[in-house]
Design a protein around this ligand. Sequence first.
Ligand code: CA
Ligand code: CA
Length: 84
Amino acid sequence: MCHLRAWILPVVLVAFESRSLADSPFVRGDTNGDRAVDITDAIVLMQYLFGSREVPCLEALDVDEDAFGSLNVADAISLLDFLY
Ligand SMILES: [Ca+2]
Ligand SMILES: [Ca+2]
């Protein structure tokens, strides 16, 4: 029984590690693609909305995950609400 546990635990840990943030295709709200979500992302989102910036992943900008997947000021407000 102990041998079974010793074998299962590393497999479970590897399974959880494989779902880490680094392996996900994008982080919702990480608008600049640096794998962190902070105030810079809200600024980048607003810059994108007003046409002065390109972003690496449009899905990351849909912070509020509305039914239509639309990108607008509500996403920036949701991001700021999440941060503060
Ligand atoms: Ca970021
Ligand atoms: Ca949205």
